[in-house]
Design a protein. Structure first.
Length: 57
């Protein structure tokens, strides 16, 4: 089998096309998520309360 025929048959195969479609979808999702401005940023005001010291009797 010549190299050119192998590439043509590979491109024609259904699993290869499904793989390419999945890669494109994942890439598109990553690009869209990175372009979007992060509108929600979690802020937490943490108040630390030390444990009560028990009074010794």
């Amino acid at each position: 089998m010549k190299k050119n025929y192998f590439l043509i048959e590979l491109i024609k195969s259904v699993p290869f096309r499904i793989f390419i479609i999945l890669v494109l979808i994942i890439t598109l999702i990553v690009v869209i998520s990175n372009r979007r401005e992060k509108t929600i940023r979690m802020k937490e005001d943490v108040l630390y309360l030390p444990p009560r010291q028990e009074q010794q009797k």
